[in-house]
Design a protein around this ligand. Sequence first.
Ligand code: NCD
Ligand code: ZN
Ligand code: ZN
Length: 434
Amino acid sequence: MSDRPVPTLIRGARVLGGDPVDLLLADGVVAEVGTGLSADGAEVLDADGLVALPGLVDLHTHLRQPGREDAETVLTGSRAAAAGGFTAVLAMANTSPVTDTAEAAEHVHDLGRAAGLVDVQPVGAVTRGLAGEELAELGLMHRSRAGVTVFSDDGHCVADARVMRRALEYVRAFGGVVSQHAQDPALAGPGACCHEGEVSGRLGLPGWPGVAEEVVVARDVMLARHTRSRVHVAHASTGGTVEVLRWAKAQAERDGTWSVTAEVTPHHLLLTTDLLAGYDPTFKVNPPLRPSDDVEALREALADGTIDAVATDHAPHARHDKEHAFADAAFGMLGLETALPVVATVMVATGRMTWADVARAMSTTPAAIAGLAQQGRPLAAGEPANLVLVDPAATWTVDRDESASLSRNNPWHGRELTGRVVATYLRGVRTHGG
Ligand SMILES: NC(=O)N[C@@H](CC(=O)O)C(=O)O
Ligand SMILES: [Zn+2]
Ligand SMILES: [Zn+2]
């Protein structure tokens, strides 16, 4: 890939779903936006009927490298991300070794640059080894070449309130944010593997209740207020969490000295507990799939902005970790390649969100939360040429074998979705499709 790609002239794209315009991409930026543009030597792409959005930003991706290269690598995960319309991903810290030092963060950052398909921004662990006890090298990770600003023990909850308080105080000094996997371990009994409710009772599977998430979210917003810091709720999954967020956001807005943000995954916007009836471990995920009342509350919260962002929680697992009896299988599902189509199907095709809303929830706001200044920018002259072209009318059936990911734990396999990613550009270079 050369540093100075051939200019690209995209003809007739509907930016944020508006009227068709031409976009000229040259030298890594959007050089011109207008109608009837021409450019000598440019590669021309006919985008008739396609919607253009700023490149998507995923706040929550598991890339598995280092340590589990049998499930995913930074390169294969980057390919999946580009295929899904992403131009930046936040790589979670639960690798082996854990991203809890400056060196570890720089290593992931460098693997991302070498792959060159999306900006890979490492998330730093909150605590050493994700053990929940001593703070990791938060300041050193921030000051490193990787410039870490988002910290998370994701996969584990920072359960100790004293540790969470210290982490919030610490990151406040440099404008960082703690992304919490909210789940009180004391309320999630041993072996819990799904939502506690009618379905878990019928299937005889040990469950954990929605309140295990809600009590931690409630505690954390109070700690964020107390420390005047920033907390981010990873994969919000219940109606009770939405209620806490509504209250907390109103308080934070009034105070102006602290903040709470939240993300929801595509799977929690559509899939429900009922899918567990066949004991298929593809649907085993943490937090678990919830009943339809929770799903509806999450959709409403995303549409009205109470939930700020959609994040994939792309969690690839090798066959030998996933293909087990339900109780023994690994938690997690793929998400990068289907995130935008799922949101388009659930939120746009139903009239609950516009394409401008999608750009906010999947690009602008996540970029702002993660402090990525070059991402989530408007598609205007002079801005970085990070964008995705979407066919909003394309209806297609997901096939798990047509994936750039190394893993096959795809809960959308066989499902029909409306809306398809046609091409992705990172700094004017095509990273997918075309
Ligand atoms: N979501 C999951 O079910 N699994 C994630 C961890 C996590 O996001 O909590 C994983 O790393 O596999
Ligand atoms: Zn998690
Ligand atoms: Zn995760």
